[in-house]
Write a protein that binds this ligand. Structure first.
Ligand code: BGC
Length: 461
């Protein structure tokens, strides 16, 4: 994403605005080896000592696999119109390809039916990082074959659920799982190799395009998209090497997937590194029409030159004046507004914010309540910024909080709580936090009339 000032965009549509919440399979389901599920690369990665804070795993997580009815009831009481979740590929295809696992497929039937009965639209994401380990053993995303196995998996999902689910996303945050999984460290499969990283980028892009065609062919009235994590990449200092590092990181983080998928080209800074892994005609297969752009946004990156990984980039300090979340991430709602305007202008697709939120060290107090005023402040500021983006003409049509539940926060294990519902991991007990009640009030207020808001959207206190 360039750091230029946001351009003026065409007037936003008056399409209905949807309020939702998001989760992902590995982070909440648990039941890691139940009912025929195969292992994922995250099951394997968590077993490597020292990878995850406290050596936590997703073995039980929020036990959503068994408690999904309770979780859907929480969403119904919250008043959301939509729920974004992901399917665990190894739960439905234990070896990633070949024989499907009927009990695994039946779990998502039950979940989808429960959501529909509650009046909540299911938004199904095919891939939120839990690749079947059996495919990881064959090279995972570094292997071109994985793109085709992903398309086969998409066909299975489309045919099974396409009668009831219309909203599909192919991938969640391709830049994050390829950067951290293949070159910078910190995520499964834990590889640090520049060439494998570039191959993985291209194969994920190819898998996206192939899956879009499969979904379109198999789901009547499908509404298709992909979820990208887009954050401005700013140099931590004006030093030329830091400016260069920020530009390179921007090309990988913000451009390496959205640009070929929607514009049909790789960013010029990195094209020569990726195209050697492409075959003739690949870009046309990658750049297939989609219906919306899914945005996950948390905070801008401040980057500097560094020698700790093969890309030569590292995180630098954010300006002293910027406040931070419990994750240490800068709180800058203006960057969110500018990102929304920028995306709407650049890709000319309706934008749905499919993740935004913050971690807090939340505790249940003596009265059994959880007070999280700093999360409410964060949400107010970011939803306010979304309203400003709409007022500036950005076509933003939905906002989903990350996350419904406290959950397994990848390398941080259970040490970081992103939920608007507190989870006691020892008992599984759910306690809606003050932010849950605040969000319910907001949704109710905005829905006074139809479940739609016209720009500008204004957060209520
Ligand atoms: C991911 C989530 C994650 C959240 C907070 C996003 O990068 O999609 O899985 O929990 O951010 O870190």
């Amino acid at each position: 994403m360039s750091t230029r000032a946001p351009a003026t965009v065409a007037a936003a549509s008056n399409a209905p605005f949807v309020w939702g919440v998001s989760t992902s399979s590995y982070q909440i389901e648990g039941a890691a080896a139940e009912d025929g599920k195969g292992p994922s690369i995250w099951d394997a990665y968590c077993r490597q000592p020292g990878r995850i804070t406290d050596n936590d795993t997703g073995d039980v997580a929020c036990d959503h696999y068994h408690r999904y009815r309770e979780d859907v009831a929480l969403m119904k009481a919250l008043g959301v119109g939509a729920y974004r979740f992901s399917v665990s590929w190894p739960r439905v295809l234990p070896k990633g390809r070949g024989a499907a696992n009927e009990p695994g497929l039946a779990f998502y039937d039950r979940l989808i039916d429960e959501l529909l009965a509650a009046g909540i639209e299911p938004w199904l994401c095919l891939y939120h990082w839990d690749l079947p380990q059996a495919l990881g053993d064959l090279g995972g995303w570094a292997s071109r074959d994985t793109a085709f196995w992903f398309a086969d998996y998409a066909a299975l999902i489309a045919r099974r659920y396409g009668d009831r689910v219309k909203r599909f996303a192919t991938f969640n945050e391709s830049s994050v799982f390829t950067l951290f999984g293949f070159v910078m460290g910190g995520q499964a499969p834990g590889i640090v190799d520049r060439d494998l990283f570039h191959r993985a980028i291209h194969h994920v892009n190819l898998g996206h395009g192939l899956a879009i065609d499969v979904l379109r062919a198999n789901v009547k009235d499908a509404s298709l998209g992909i979820v990208h994590n887009i954050q401005p990449c700013r140099p931590a200092t004006p030093a030329p090497e830091d400016v260069k590092a920020a530009a390179l990181f921007d090309a990988y983080w913000n451009g390496a997937f959205a640009d070929p998928q929607i514009l049909g080209v790789y960013p010029s800074l990195i094209a020569d590194l990726i195209l050697p892994w492409a075959q003739a005609g690949d870009l046309a297969k990658i750049c297939r029409p989609i219906d919306w752009f899914g945005l996950n946004h948390y905070s801008p990156h401040y980057m500097k030159a560094g020698d700790g990984n093969p890309l030569g980039v590292a995180w630098g300090p954010a300006p002293e004046s910027v406040r931070r979340t419990a994750m240490g991430w800068p709180i800058e709602p203006d960057a969110f507004r500018d990102t929304l305007v920028f995306l709407s202008d650049r890709y000319r697709l309706p934008v749905y914010v499919l993740e935004n939120g913050t971690a807090n060290p939340d505790v249940v107090d003596a009265k059994g309540e959880v007070h999280d005023p700093s999360r409410i402040d964060y949400l107010k500021a970011y939803i306010g910024a979304l309203g400003e983006a709409r007022a500036a003409g950005a076509d933003v049509r939905g906002y989903f909080i990350w996350s419904l539940l406290d959950n397994f926060e990848w390398g941080s294990g259970y040490s970081q709580r992103f939920g608007i519902v507190h989870v006691d991991y020892a008992t599984g007990k759910r306690t809606p936090k003050a932010s849950y009640h605040w969000y319910a009030d907001l949704i109710r207020a905005q829905a006074a009339g139809p479940r739609a808001v016209s720009p500008p959207l204004v957060a209520v206190s």
